[in-house]
Design a protein around this ligand. Structure first.
Ligand code: MG
Length: 371
């Protein structure tokens, strides 16, 4: 039975109108009436109240009706991406703070928009949560998840326009992101051409190195204190070191810049690791690539292997013609030339790593997102 009495927020022509409405679309109760914790209006009101603070000219109708309404400008296309995160696969409730899980949930979707050169329009968040997670009010798990989610949403001015809540034996966070991009200007994986140069934003391997540190800390904590209930409290000093993993920064401004300038011929975000994502780009573009090991911007504290194969850096990998002039940085984020696109040949690997000892195959490592 849908909840009634939701607030309706219409953002139109820079005016925010808030009023009462009956609706079932967003954060409706999808369990039998009176079945438990998610029937409590305050949880839903909490999400709604925080979502209502976000505004966007492209979000015409947000939470409160059967659908959200998005409006694109003339000559724009809608980019849509979805990403599912599951406890034990993509995060661990026992290791990750709720703030980090909230941040990472949104960051994954935003990074896909960045890879297309799209500007975020609206986010849709669906959560499946174990009863224990919400019943333990002292832990404030959902509030803290939303703290992390909305902190990043504010940075990129992306409103939460809908979603769903359900009880689930395993914690699940599913994000849908929509974005706008000028017609025909989206950055695709399939546009790389022989002779193009290969670039990457930021530094590589930081998230994998941080995940190793997080694993070591979490295992030591478990040994010292046993399995504790409640969310982990990672020491602040360690949080800074772990930031590349706990709070990755999606490269939205950089992707938009590349799309606006029409410089990049192809792009992909590095969610699965350079070796794997480069293979995706080469497959889609029907080309091969060479990566110069000495040119790789390896994150402080990371190894070459982590830079090549570690996932979840959420940097952008892109190609541009050799005649294109790229700045050393975009919005303060360094741009590094790391190799080149070459013709695909049957007798050589799709991607090669050029080292001082010569070329060697750069084989996709088959990164699994989590453990
Ligand atoms: Mg992606």
């Amino acid at each position: 039975m849908p909840y009634e009495g939701w607030l309706l927020a219409i953002v139109e022509d820079a005016r925010l109108i808030v009023g009462p409405l009956c609706g079932s679309m967003a954060y409706s109760q999808n369990m039998p009436s009176g079945s438990g914790i998610f029937g409590e209006l305050d949880l839903l009101k909490q999400i709604r109240a925080r979502a209502g603070r976000s505004v966007s000219g492209r979000l015409r109708l947000g939470i409160g009706d059967d659908c959200a309404l998005l409006r694109l400008g003339a000559g724009e296309e809608l980019a849509v991406t979805t990403d599912l995160a599951i406890d034990g696969q993509h995060f661990r409730l026992a290791w990750h703070s709720p703030e980090s899980i909230g941040h990472r949930t949104l960051a994954r979707g935003l990074s896909d928009l960045a890879a297309m050169g799209a500007r975020p329009v609206a986010a849709f968040l669906s959560l499946g949560l174990p009863k224990s997670l919400v019943q333990n009010r002292g832990d404030r798990w959902l509030e803290r998840f939303l703290d992390g989610f909305f902190a990043l949403a504010r940075v990129h001015k992306v409103p939460l326009a809908g979603g769903d809540l359900a009880e689930s034996p395993t914690a699940v966070a599913d994000i849908v992101l929509t974005g706008a991009v000028r017609r025909g200007k989206a950055l695709l994986r399939s546009g790389a051409r022989t002779g193009d140069l290969l670039y990457v934003t930021g530094a590589l391997g930081g998230a994998a190195a941080a995940l190793d540190r997080l694993t070591a800390w979490a295992e030591a904590e478990t040994r010292a204190r046993g399995a504790k209930s409640g969310s982990p409290r990672i020491p602040r000093k360690l949080q800074t070191l772990l930031a590349p993993h706990l709070a990755p920064e999606p490269r939205i401004p950089e992707g938009e810049w590349l799309a606006r300038r029409g410089i990049a011929t192809a792009a992909i975000d590095l969610s699965d690791g350079l070796s794997t994502d480069l293979a995706h780009m080469c497959e889609e573009s029907h080309v091969a690539a060479e990566v110069d090991a000495a040119a790789l911007p390896i994150h402080t504290g990371a190894t070459l292997a982590q830079a090549l194969h570690g996932g979840e850096d959420y940097e952008l990998l892109f190609t541009a013609p050799s005649t294109a002039r790229l700045p050393p940085s975009i919005g303060g984020v360094p741009i590094t030339r790391i190799g080149r696109i070459v013709r695909r040949c049957k007798d050589r690997p799709m991607a090669a790593l050029i080292t001082a000892q010569g070329p060697e195959p750069l084989v996709p490592h088959g990164w699994q997102h989590f453990v």
